[in-house]
Design a protein around this ligand. Structure first.
Ligand code: MG
Length: 400
């Protein structure tokens, strides 16, 4: 049995991870963690019988304790509880599927405990890649990407990477020329720049190909998600940010590609189903049967490619800028986006205000060249406050 802990078990990636575990039948779930959705968590506990469970909110944790008094599962709460779940002795792989910067500390703890990480939390590498990557090398666990694009790149690099001596972590593929990160272009790919100011929350939530959580669906509509993925790819595959090129592939069939120094391009293709990258990460390097729809190229006919419109999707252009700046800039980009998306979903601001707020926050923040984890978490709070102030103080301005 493979022993897996799932942090963020009630979210989209978390529930699909448990589906993969259920289908395969040889994965033992050691620990589960969720924010506050204890109804679903209770069902998961009764089915998978983990030894440890964390509910981030203490009040909800206490409620769950009463409900599952007949189970042997231990319930913990808060950041300490989340870290306890991340480092549980018997766990081999920790799936980090919590949303937001809350994922950084548990991910670090798991790396330091020598676990393999199936990484589904973007914020960890975006904000702390400069801390995380050296740690992975030092402690020797593997960092296995779950994001579909990064899984595609990881698969395309099979046999091209080397395992670092004395560790189980991966070294650079020196043969990489370019990473071609594909993007669907989101629901507004065909809209004009001027039309974006008035789009509604409902329109932005209609992703053409992928069914995902609400925050990431908005991030896909602004293409900020692709910006975060460019940063993730830079760290994961040890390339310069300008070696990562975004290619719009509206059918979401080509999940990403790698161009090598000899001009050869290797791509990974498949139907848009997150269970594939999840299962690949959990069983790597073994490739297993996965039930589901197969690509039918006769039916498909064509796969098309486009250049992204960096003016229309300012959030993507900004991602390249903050990554070139480095230091604290990506943290501020991410935090400003997080708060702005919450405000957009709450109908407090318009769609294009999201990238305007990111731009303002990055420009105004106190820059730090080499932030540590405490700095990163402080910067996050400062950025949240900045966005609030900007939106609260100026009626009809950046935030109408
Ligand atoms: Mg993705």
């Amino acid at each position: 049995m493979k022993k897996v802990a799932v942090l963020g078990s009630t979210g989209s990636i978390g529930t699909q991870t448990l589906e993969v575990a259920r289908t395969n039948g040889d994965i033992a779930i050691t620990a589960l963690a969720a924010g506050r959705q204890i109804d679903l968590l209770e069902k998961q506990i009764r089915e998978f019988q983990p030894r440890l469970v964390c509910v981030f909110e203490e009040e909800k944790a206490n409620e769950l304790k009463t409900r599952i008094a007949d189970c042997s599962t231990k319930v913990v709460s808060g950041m300490d509880g989340l870290i306890e779940c991340a480092v549980l002795e018997e766990t081999e792989i920790v799936v980090t599927a919590v949303v937001g910067m809350i994922g950084i500390r548990p991910t670090i703890a798991a790396i330091q405990a020598g676990k393999d990480i199936a990484l589904a939390n973007k914020e960890t590498l975006v904000t702390a890649g400069h801390i995380i990557m050296p740690l992975v090398k030092e402690y020797g666990g593997r960092l296995l990407p779950v994001d579909s694009e990064h899984s595609a790149i990881f698969q395309a690099l099979n046999g091209e990477r080397e395992v670092l001596p004395g560790t189980r972590s991966f070294g650079t593929a020196k043969a990489i020329q370019k990473i071609l990160l594909t993007a669907s272009g989101g629901p507004f790919r065909l809209k004009k720049k001027e039309e974006l100011a008035n789009v509604k929350v409902e329109d932005a939530l209609k992703h053409p190909n992928w069914a995902m959580g609400r925050k990431i669906t908005i991030d896909s509509a602004t293409m900020v998600n692709k910006g975060l993925e460019v940063m993730e790819a830079k760290w994961l595959f040890d390339v310069e940010v300008d070696q990562v090129q975004v290619v719009v592939q509206p059918q979401s069939i080509v999940h990403s590609m790698v161009e090598f120094v000899d001009g050869s391009v290797i791509a990974q293709l498949g139907t848009p189903d997150m269970k594939l990258p999840i299962q690949y990460a959990l069983y790597y390097p073994e490739r297993r049967f996965l039930p589901g729809k197969r690509l039918d190229f006769w039916e498909l006919g064509s796969i098309t490619f486009e250049k992204p419109d960096m003016e229309k999707f300012k959030g993507l252009a900004l991602a390249y800028e903050v990554m070139r700046t480095g230091g604290s800039a990506p943290t501020v980009y991410n935090a400003a986006n997080e708060r702005a998306v919450a405000k957009f979903l709450n109908r407090e601001i318009g769609f294009t205000d999201i990238s305007d707020l990111i731009e303002a926050a990055v420009k105004e923040h106190r820059f730090m060249a080499n932030p540590d984890i405490a700095d990163i978490l402080n910067l996050e709070q400062e950025t949240y406050d900045f966005v609030e102030k900007l939106c609260g103080g100026k009626e009809g301005a950046a935030c109408q």
